[in-house]
Design a protein around this ligand. Structure first.
Ligand code: ZN
Length: 253
């Protein structure tokens, strides 16, 4: 089984403390490639260095996350770094109303600037969204159909999923799908067109059933693939093949 973790923060603890072992366990589970998004200017060089040290395994994405959208965004610096490290995406970027600040008046312009850059550079985007799906869809409408990307850690209903599928996005399904009570995530994972499905862990942020977030590693993408396969009533290999092809195509891996 050949799998890609399309969203993992390997620069974060505890993953960064035992990276070689984490990557070894991932490879033994069939997870051979990992997209690592940075989220603010200090994390950009860390992700760049990690990718440079692990060519063919770790693929970088750089962006300014909505949580820190009030930080100064130097688009020229971002563009240079994206080129220098041959980043596979701009991200993670997006909108989030479940935080105290910055508010959407600050988040939306930062997102729009980065979407414009993605369009100019021909890069896909990795999108984070909590609580602002309508606002995100409105912003994306203005960039459709020329913008490609993934709405990561999607855990909402098939109805909401359809709005983003119509905009041409992929949806990233992660560890929450392994929880029996995650009805929406499971319904979406079950009904989403296979060619729009990506798998991810978002480690170390999201747990799996019986596994706390801080214990999650890229190798757990295999559990996500097996759960999705079970829900869809197909062999895990079929999910692995399709999602790996999708990720390789979207990110140009
Ligand atoms: Zn993330």
């Amino acid at each position: 089984m050949d799998l890609i973790d399309t969203h993992c923060h390997l620069t974060e603890r505890p993953l960064c403390e035992s990276l070689a072992a984490v990557l070894d366990r991932a490879a033994r589970a069939g997870v051979t490639r990992i997209v690592v998004p940075a989220y603010d200017p200090p994390s950009w060089p860390l992700v760049q260095a990690l990718a440079a040290a692990n060519p063919g395994t770790i693929y970088p994405a750089l962006g300014l996350h909505p949580w820190v959208a009030d930080q100064r965004l130097d688009l020229g610096d971002l563009a240079n770094r994206l080129r220098d490290c041959r980043a596979v995406a701009i991200g993670e970027v997006g909108l989030d109303t479940r935080i105290e600040s910055p508010d959407l008046l600050v988040q939306i312009p930062a997102l729009e600037q980065q979407l414009e850059l993605a369009r100019d550079l021909g890069l896909p985007v990795i999108l984070h969204c909590r609580g602002a799906f309508a606002e995100l869809a409105d912003v994306l409408e203005r960039f459709s159909p020329r913008l490609q990307g993934v709405l990561h850690a999607f855990s909402r209903s098939p109805e909401l999923a359809r709005r983003f599928l119509r905009l041409g996005l992929h949806l990233g399904i992660g560890g929450s799908v392994t929880r029996p009570r995650a009805r929406n995530t499971r319904a979406t994972a079950n009904t989403l067109p296979l060619e729009r499905l990506l798998l991810e862990t978002d480690a170390p942020s999201i747990g799996l059933e019986g596994i706390p977030p801080e214990a999650v590693e890229p190798r757990h993408v295999r559990d996500v693939a097996e759960t999705v396969a079970h829900l869809r009533g197909v062999e895990p290999d079929r999910i692995a093949d399709a999602t790996t092809r999708n990720a390789a195509q979207l990110f140009g891996l």
